[in-house]
Design a protein around this ligand. Sequence first.
Ligand code: PMP
Length: 373
Amino acid sequence: MIPIKEELARLEEQSLKRELQSVYQTEGSRIFIGDKSFINFSSNNYLGLARHPQVVEAAKEVLGHWGAGATSSRLISGTTILHQDLESALAAYMEQESALLFPTGYQANLGVITSLVGAGDAIVMDRLCHASLVDAAKLSGARLFVYPHADAAGAENVLKRTASYRRRLLVTESLFSMDGDFAPAQELLALAKAHDAISMIDEAHAIGVWDHAKGWDISVGTLSKALGSQGGFVASSKDLIELLINKARSFIYTTGLSPICLAAAQTALGLFQEDPKPRTKVRALSKLLRETLQAQGWNTLGSESQIVPLFAGSVEEALRLAALLKEAGFFAPAIRPPTVHAGECRLRFSVTADHDEEQIKQLAASLKPGVHA
Ligand code: PMP
């Protein structure tokens, strides 16, 4: 038997050991870790809504009425009218018939994929899909086929090769979490339709910042990024949602989402639909960061969004750049395997509405040629 200490030592040797950071406060774009404060470029609070006064107030109010937890699983007595109101609002927003909340986006992905496909079925998935989608595919027992990243022709090849499978599910993210680029959603949807596959799109990073993809059989999302709360959801046809209520183990065997999360997300959903300014700001700031970094000779991969990677390649180089930035007062941890493939390590900057132009310029200035050499 391999001792656990040995396994940890091996991770350490490969510079792949991870450690939790103790954050003792956040304030706008600032994060306080240990005895230092940094400008945080690692938060998914894209629109700054997690601390919006109306979001905080709504959460406090339901806390008084409902208490801290749902106190039961959804199928027992953990479905409150707050769950149902948010599900209706999410279905309407995503332009789907119906929606179902899960405690996390991870569980939403597990629930929908394992309920839909199993042995004898095939999943056709982008190479860079998130771990929750990959894990769901493995757990389902269906055969997983991976196509090259954002490559509709590659997806078509797989669809042609898998025609004999009982049921096929085409899965992509709309905005990719580590590259910050978009899937060719319309082409993929047309292919799924032409090849009689079910189409599923994960909108986790796009919600609130970009328009969602329309016409997909299944949209999944999270409340934990631009919505500033916690929880996940599936939006789809009434029939599919009914099937999930009956089959999705990650929905059935877990406690319903807390009223605090529901109220916060419900309020945030209203806020970003009313006010496009934070979204416009995030798009403009991330464009500025991307273009400045590119002008300085950095590779920002295919980024087109508020997620701006800075390609490093090796683990060591990514760690070196992260340390250099930390020294300069910026928090943007190195992204290493297994989050990305070996040799594709990077920094990943998440731009949010809490940032300002000056911070973007300072970040880029810390990465000027000569500064990093
Ligand atoms: N899908 C994607 C593409 C993600 O990036 C994430 C979270 N990083 C999830 C799903 C899971 O969402 P949650 O954090 O709500 O579990």
